[in-house]
Every structure is written in C-alpha cells, then in structure tokens.
Design a protein around this ligand. Structure first.
Ligand code: GLU
Length: 512
C-alpha cells in the first residue's frame, strides 16, 4: 500500500522545547519534504496538571525561527483535521474509549488512590512488581470484578473512574522500528495503562493513537523515550481494528551529554555554558531564565545543520548542508541507533561556518545595531559598514562578536596589546613610523597595495625586518594583535585615521 507520507510533531506544552525536541521536529520535517508529504504539529495537552503558560507559543516560535514550518496545525493554519490541540478535541475521544470497552479491550476501574496504594504496598511486601495488570486487576474494583449492576450504579451516581486498557497476559508484541529494526516486548513487562478519566479527558496514549489514526499519520518519528509506549500503541491499533492504518515507527536516539553518560540536560548547558533551548525562556513560575540559541548568537541555518548531524550521518564526509541538501540526503536508515554526544565546540564551529557565509548585507544590521548603541550610527555610511562586515566576518563565530572585532574601524584604539608593544618597540620605531606616515601623506590613492608599498620602502630604508614590525604596526593602528589583512584595514580607515593613530602611538610608547 503506497501511502501519502504524513508525519507530525506532537509536543506537550510543559515547558520550553529542548533542542532534542527541535531535532525530532527537524527529522519529521526533512522526512516529509523528502517524500513530498505533509508535516503537521499537534499540541498534546491532555495532562492539564503539567500545562505551562507560554510553552505552546514558545514551541511555535521556535519552529518558525529554525525554519521548519508545519503545513497544518496549531499556529500554522488549519488543515482538514482541525482542531490540532488535544484539549480542543476532547469531545471526540469518548466514542473511541467506549468502542474499546464494548469490544472487551478496556474496562472501568473505580479504585481510589488509597486502594491503589494499598495494592502497591501489598505487592511490594511480597516482592512482586507492583502494577495493575492481568493478575492484580482481578483483586481490584473494576468492571471485570464488579457486577454489571454495581458498575451501572457507580457510573450513574457519578463515582470517579478511569478506563484502563486490558492488556493481554504474557503476549509477545513485536513491531518493526525504521531505525532499530524488529523490537519486541512482552506484555508481562507492561501494565493496564489508564486511557481515559471520568472528567472526560483522555490520557496521552489514547489521544495520541486516536489522533494519529484520524490525522492519517503514516510515520511516527519521535524520541527514544517513547519506545516503551510503542507496544501499547501497537496493541491499541489492533484493538481498534486499525492495524492496516498503523503508522510505521521510528524512535530517534537521545542527544547525550558531552561526556556521553546520559541525556543532555539543562543543567549540562548551565554547567558548561551553552544553550539547550532554541530561544530564551523565562519560567513563568520561578522567573528563572534559560538561554536560547537565538539569543546566544546562533544562526538558524547553523542550528539546523548541527542538529541534523546529531544522530544522522550522510554516509560521506560532507558536514555543511543547506536545508535543500538535507532534504535530498535525509533518510531514516542513516539515523543511528545509539545516542549522539553533544559537542559544544562543534556547535560553535557550525555557527562560524555560517557566519562566514553570510552576505555582508546580512551582517550589516548587527553592526548597525551596535553602532547605534555606541552613538556612532550617523558617522559612517552604509558602504563603509558593508566593507567592514566583509573584512571581519572571517574572524567571527557569532554575530554578536562584531563590535568586539571591528570597533577600531569606528573609534581609535582606547587600549593596546601591551605584550606586543613591549616585545617589539625599540628606539628605531618612532622614526620608521613617522616616515611611513609621511610616505602615506604623499599618496594620491589610498589603496591597500599602495600603502603596503610605502610600508615596505620604509622598512628597507630603516633596515628593520618586516616580520618583527608588522604585528607592532597592527597594534599601533588597531590596538589588537590579530585581525583582517592590515593594509586593507589601513585603506579603509583612511589616511587621517592612520596618521592620527601613528602619532598617538609614538606619543604613548616613546618612552617605553
Ligand atoms: N506528546 C509527546 C511528547 O511530548 C509526543 C510523543 C509522540 O510523538 O508520540 O513528546
């Protein structure tokens, strides 16, 4: 059966979206695009106790920023399966749970919290796995043990209940995972999960399966933490008689801590100083702030590229991929079964590659913002600023570094790398600098090559080795020991600035 590819990202709005979640969304997006299918977003908010204000908006904004917009779903426009928020779909789940009760795959359970606790205590005392299952259900208050009349009475009088899935005893549930191959679980390891509560709210398992079915999902691509739920989902498809429509499953490996032991957490980010969330997030309850890639200066293209490579490999040495290239090369077969270690330096490296690739005009707004912050925006025209962008971008990993790396194009150095001055300055330097200044003054064109010529002529005249002097000259003009080609800097800042800075250096260091 050739099915239209339809995949979904189904986050629960319980807090900011972890980058692992962004990667899940990205793989879904790539898979859908690759197969000409649909990528949709469904908000799974059935557990109202875990609802966090602002989380849904955060998720939507994150997908927009990263550049992987779903074609249907909350925040992205309704398709034919609207609504896409499970709390808005609440009335439609009851009929499905009734279907399961009627065909004997689910039952009402009336046990109180104390009774459940009592059962657990009893089982623990006898060293048995404490779970509601094929054996223990026979000792509890449910529609399998109570008379039909009693059940009716309880339902009519509004007693609180849950509906549990009637898990077959000791059955091997086998399914094919697109990443892991055949996976099998024995139902003796599982319990009779709650599917529905008397307040009319389904639980995650029921809502997830019913919605995937109704929304015609062809592939469920989600994090590894959901693998233990998959056998129940498979059994639910069978119980509904929907096996033909059951999606294929693909459980993605975890993103691991840099040291490799365990899942990458917010605490690792705090400890090692990198974000684990796409955007800044302020916890509405505690006011605690978590930093995001966007605000830390990452470009969305770099985040996409680095996340794509965390768990998937293209089968070649290529590391830099545009979105189009990712779509063309992505496949679930090349997603690894084992976890992918997060590498902070690699993340930075990716960003650097993308900053270098930016058009000068794309970097311009970042520069203009800091110029405005420093009250300098009216002093320099756009053309000048564009040239600065072109010169410095090779040296940057993050756009926010632009001022630190380019300020000397706009203001004379306020401080100097004294280690270089102390090492290189000697009594011959002032005369050499003065001659260079005089030589530059006679130039009609202030091009980098002409400046370099004047510089070389004077080095010869004074008998000073170029390799000893170049760095010193750089520090005199810019204050710092590294940067773009020096004669291009001199050409751009212009004759007057060069003269002024030379004069200032001579005055400052003459007696050193
Ligand atoms: N709501 C689940 C989550 O928060 C979705 C799991 C799934 O994709 O089935 O991750």
């Amino acid at each position: 059966m050739d099915r239209r590819v339809r995949v979904r990202f189904a986050p629960s709005p319980t807090g900011p979206l972890h980058i692992g979640g962004v990667r899940t969304a990205l793989y879904n997006y790539l898979f859908a695009k690759k197969h000409g299918g649909d990528f949709l977003i469904r908000i799974e908010d059935t557990d109202q106790t875990r609802f966090v204000q602002g989380a849904e908006e955060y998720i939507i904004e994150s997908l927009k920023w990263v550049g992987i917009p779903p074609v249907e779903g909350v925040g992205f426009g309704d398709g034919k399966h609207a609504p896409y928020r499970q709390s808005d779909r609440k009335p439609m789940y009851r009929q499905y749970v009734m279907q399961l009760i009627e065909n004997g795959h689910a039952y009402y359970a009336f046990d109180t919290a104390e009774e459940l606790e009592g059962m657990r205590e009893r089982l623990k005392a006898s060293n048995v796995d404490a779970k509601y299952d094929a054996i223990t259900r026979t000792t509890m208050k449910n529609s399998l043990t109570l008379s039909e009349d009693e059940v009716q009475k309880r339902l009519e009088s509004g007693d609180a209940y849950v509906v549990r899935f009637k898990l077959p005893r000791k059955e091997e549930v086998k399914f094919h995972d697109e990443i892991r191959g055949w996976v099998s679980f024995n139902t003796s390891q599982l319990d009779d999960k709650v599917l529905f509560k008397s307040d009319g709210m389904p639980t995650y398992h029921l809502a997830n399966v019913v919605d995937d079915y109704l929304m015609e999902i062809s592939h469920v691509i989600r994090g590894e933490e959901w693998l233990p739920s998959a056998p129940l989902h498979v059994l639910l498809y069978r119980a509904f008689g929907w096996e033909e429509q059951m999606p294929k499953f693909a459980h993605l490996p975890l993103i691991l801590k840099p040291e490799g032991n365990g899942k990458l957490s917010k605490r690792d980010g705090d400890r090692l100083g990198f974000p684990v969330f796409p955007l800044n997030w302020v916890d509405p309850n505690t006011g605690e702030m978590s930093s995001g890639y966007r605000e830390a200066g990452y470009l969305p293209e770099a985040v996409v590229n680095l996340l794509a490579m965390l768990g998937w490999n293209p089968g070649s040495n290529q590391e830099i991929f545009t979105m189009e290239e990712l779509i063309a090369s992505f496949s679930l077969e090349r997603v690894s079964k084992s976890g992918a270690k997060f590498d902070q330096n690699k993340a930075k490296w990716y960003n650097q590659q993308y900053v270098r690739k930016l058009e000068d005009s794309a970097l311009l707004p970042f520069l203009q913002t800091v110029l405005a912050e420093n009250g300098l925006n009216t002093n320099f025209d756009e053309n000048y600023c564009l040239k600065v962008c072109g010169l410095v971008k090779e040296k940057m990993s993050f756009t926010k570094e632009i001022w630190g790396i380019s300020s000397y194009f706009f203001v004379d150095p306020a401080s100097y790398d004294l280690a270089v001055i102390q090492k290189r300055w000697n009594e011959k330097i002032p005369a050499l600098l003065k001659d260079i200044e005089l030589g530059l003054d006679t130039l009609s064109s202030h091009e980098a090559s002409a400046i370099e010529e004047v510089y070389n002529e004077n080095l010869n005249k004074h008998g000073i080795a170029g390799k000893d002097f170049l760095q010193l000259f750089r520090v005199c003009l810019t204050g710092v020991a590294g940067g773009p080609p020096l004669f291009e800097i001199a050409a751009l800042i212009g004759k007057e600035a060069v003269s002024r800075r030379i004069a200032h250096a001579i005055q400052e260091f003459n007696n050193i």
